[in-house]
Design a binder for this molecule. Structure first.
Ligand code: GLC
Length: 719
């Protein structure tokens, strides 16, 4: 019994991850890695703060504070803040940049993820007051950064800001920059002499940018230096000027988050709102490439979109800037062989460049490997637009890659092998973020067992009380109710936040109609359900309906965890009986099997509802019942005629999502706690193995695994 919350499959990896971040912490900021990148990097710090937010709020705050301490007077936040104590191991350093006033920074910027990181810290804060002080402190600085970008980098007020160096994109040698860079004719005689230091750390040259690329990077830095970093002059002379889709999408997301911050601080939001709308519209309109089936960056020198097919073109999902139609098209591109389709096998989701291109290279830096930061943003974007299955597949890979191959900078998109530096901070930080998200989203169903807080309902709450006369009820009532609440959920689904707006739903006439239908349940004759299939569909639908209904009626903010006895105390009256979700799940659908970690069944021996119990338990029901959290996947609608197929699908989706992580090298699987709690329903350990074998996709990463699984016991641990 006491094992319930004791086994956490990721525990050892979480510990290791925290150790890595601790090792890279300098006292003021976190280095991207100890050898290759000893200074502070702009967007790295934002990703690192996002991961640290969960277990060390103060450090997360400090990370951003120390970055912004070096903000330029014009508002720009530099790409690198140099640490004077460790100069000499990186190129270019301050002696080469020679920025105004002897500052120890580079003279370019990076994707402005900071408002998003600040909001993330605020949203996840344990110390709420501290977090509020923090966003209050950061707000003027964030405003100054966004003002700088819109003023200096978008003088035509197009809504799209430009970058003027590939390093500003964060994706140094992306294939997208090949063409614009080729235009730069470098005369080695006039180029200041320099020595690359990035190749001195044992990383093979073919996994890094080429010397030709480096010459051009240096050429641009030299130009900025000669022009004294005066933007107006740079704008006139710079041969590399791009309205980068990744940079602008991140800016658009940051605008949204800045707006949220401004709202909390009760600041005037007109300026930020204007930016957000302008950028969002400009991305949709000017960066969409219909024939590429994705977004692309705009080369300001040629006036053309750069047809580059990199993962950066999916970032408008993260920015919330893609239209629904565009999102659907992008989704199809993401889920194609070009970017490692779902269940394709022999690849990891998603490589950062089109795998079908001739120059795709699964090992070379920004030209084909998997990067956790890019995928973290894309999966968040996909989730926001409702593409949950793909988002989950990406999440699963983002978790398993570091576990299997180490906390590397980037990963081979075919084999998973880790490249670049190890102990890389943003990989580690975002891994932590994903694992924490896991824990907080999915420890839902039995959490109410843990504590009986004062928010518990004092008495049963019947959700279908009589308000009008009971009309005749039809046999399809459960499915009608279910489809009606499903439709309601869809119409109040907030695309950007990935949540249902339950408050608005409650006020709508459709909801009132739904309530009237629910009242009809009172007159429903349960004996009219005859076949097993009919019963399964009826009760699953009803369970899912009553949970959503309860969430709406009780005004639950984020999860049913807020009301510890939710599952036993909300109920529908049906044909003279009362059924709570608990009664439906355990009493009926689980054939009155004991709920986990309880001594008695829900229906006692004399309970008259016993006649409705299903004779046999089907463990697939566990993947068909909603979890009762606002962030849950949209509920599905079950039909008696298709129930077998539908339950198989639910089980398959679950088993192939990030709820089940297969670690073939370790002959180990890490499973959702559902398998722990309902161990018996699946037939114990061996039953779980059989179940997994039946539903696991044989494609991706599963090649080795089933054989091992059949031969011996895999190590099973629980999330
Ligand atoms: C490389 C990456 C860049 C990153 C930096 C430090 O330059 O291209 O995105 O910020 O390393 O990790």
């Amino acid at each position: 019994m006491f094992g319930l919350f004791a086994t956490k499959g990721f525990k050892e990896y979480v510990k290791e991850a925290r150790q890595v971040l601790k090792g890279n912490w300098t006292g003021e900021y976190t280095r991207p890695s100890s050898n290759l990148y000893p200074h502070q990097w702009n967007w790295d710090s934002a990703f690192i703060a996002i991961g640290n937010a969960h277990h060390d709020q103060r450090k997360a705050q400090q990370e951003l504070k120390s970055l912004f301490a070096h903000q330029w007077p014009n508002g720009m936040v530099p790409q690198i803040i140099f640490n004077p104590k460790v100069l000499g191991h990186y190129f270019p350093e301050p002696d080469f940049w020679q920025v105004p006033d002897g500052r120890l920074t580079s003279g370019i910027t990076m994707p402005p993820l900071h408002a998003t990181a600040c909001w993330h810290i605020y949203e996840n804060a344990k110390d709420r007051a501290g977090a509020r002080d923090f966003i209050e402190y950061m707000y003027p600085k964030l405003m100054a950064l966004h003002r700088y970008l819109y003023r200096e980098r978008d003088p035509d007020v197009s809504g799209l800001v430009y970058i003027r160096h590939p390093w500003e994109s964060g994706l140094d040698n992306s294939p997208a920059w090949d063409k614009p860079l080729k235009r730069i004719r470098v005369d080695r005689k006039t180029l200041p002499s320099y020595e690359r230091k990035d190749l001195k750390h044992g990383i093979p040259a073919d996994q890094r940018p080429s010397d030709e690329d480096y010459d051009r990077y240096v050429y641009l830095v030299d130009l900025f230096r000669r022009l004294g970093y005066r933007e107006e002059e740079i704008r006139k002379e710079c041969p590399f000027m791009v309205k980068d889709v990744l940079f602008n999408s991140i800016l658009c997301r940051a605008d949204r988050d800045l707006l949220r911050i401004a709202n909390v601080l009760k600041q005037d939001t007109a300026e930020v709102d204007g930016w957000m709308k302008r950028t969002s519209e400009a991305i949709t309109r000017d960066l969409w490439c219909p024939e590429c089936k994705q977004f692309e960056s705009l080369d300001m020198v040629s006036g053309q979109l750069i047809h580059s097919a990199t993962a950066a073109g999916f970032l408008p999902l993260f920015g919330g800037a893609a239209s629904l139609e565009q999102a659907q098209i992008i989704y199809e591109t993401i889920d194609s062989v070009a970017f490692c389709a779902l269940h394709q096998g022999n690849c990891f989701t998603i490589p950062n460049y089109d795998m079908t291109r001739e120059d795709f290279d699964s090992r070379n830096y920004w030209r084909g490997p998997v990067w956790i930061n890019i995928n973290w943003m894309i999966s968040k974007g996909l989730k926001g637009y409702g593409y949950k299955e793909k988002a989950e597949a990406m999440k699963r890979d983002m978790i398993q890659l570091p576990i299997r191959f180490g906390f590397h900078e980037y990963f081979d998109s075919r084999t998973g092998k880790g490249y670049g530096s190890d102990g890389f901070s943003w990989t580690t930080a975002l891994f932590l973020d994903l694992v924490y998200e896991y824990y907080s989203e999915d420890r839902h169903r039995l959490d109410w067992l843990k504590s009986r807080r004062k928010t518990a309902l004092k008495e049963k709450k019947v959700l279908n009380q009589i308000s009008a006369g009971i009309g005749p009820s039809s046999a399809t009532l459960a499915s009608d109710l279910m489809s009606s609440i499903g439709k309601l959920k869809d119409s109040f689904y907030d695309l950007y936040r990935g949540r249902v707006d339950y408050e608005a739903m409650k006020q709508s006439p459709d909801y009132r109609h739904y309530q009237e239908m629910a009242v009809e349940l009172r007159g429903f004759d349960l004996t009219t359900l005859s076949s097993r299939e009919e019963k399964l569909a009826f009760w699953i639908n009803l369970y899912n309906t009553v949970v959503v209904h309860g969430i709406v009626e009780l005004g639950i903010k984020s999860s049913v965890k807020e009301i510890p006895n939710f599952f036993s105390h909300v109920a529908y009256h049906i044909g003279g009986f009362s059924f709570s979700p608990e009664a439906m799940e355990h009493g009926i659908l689980r054939a009155n099997a004991r709920p986990p970690y309880r001594i008695v069944s829900v229906f006692g021996r004399k309970d008259s509802r016993l006649v409705f119990s299903l004779p046999k338990l089907d463990p697939r029901i566990h993947f068909a019942l909603v979890c009762g959290s606002r962030s849950c996947a949209p509920i599905r609608f079950y039909e008696a005629e298709k129930i077998e197929e539908q339950l198989d699908r639910a089980a398959k989706n679950f088993v192939n999502s990030s709820e089940v992580i297969v670690l073939p090298e370790k002959n180990k699987v890490v499973l959702s706690q559902i398998f722990d709690w309902y161990n018996k329903d699946f037939g114990g350990r061996e039953g779980i193995q059989r179940f997994l074998l039946r539903y696991l996709d044989r494609g991706q990463n599963m090649v080795v695994y089933p054989q091992k699984l059949v031969r011996g016991y895999p190590g099973i641990s629980f999330l």
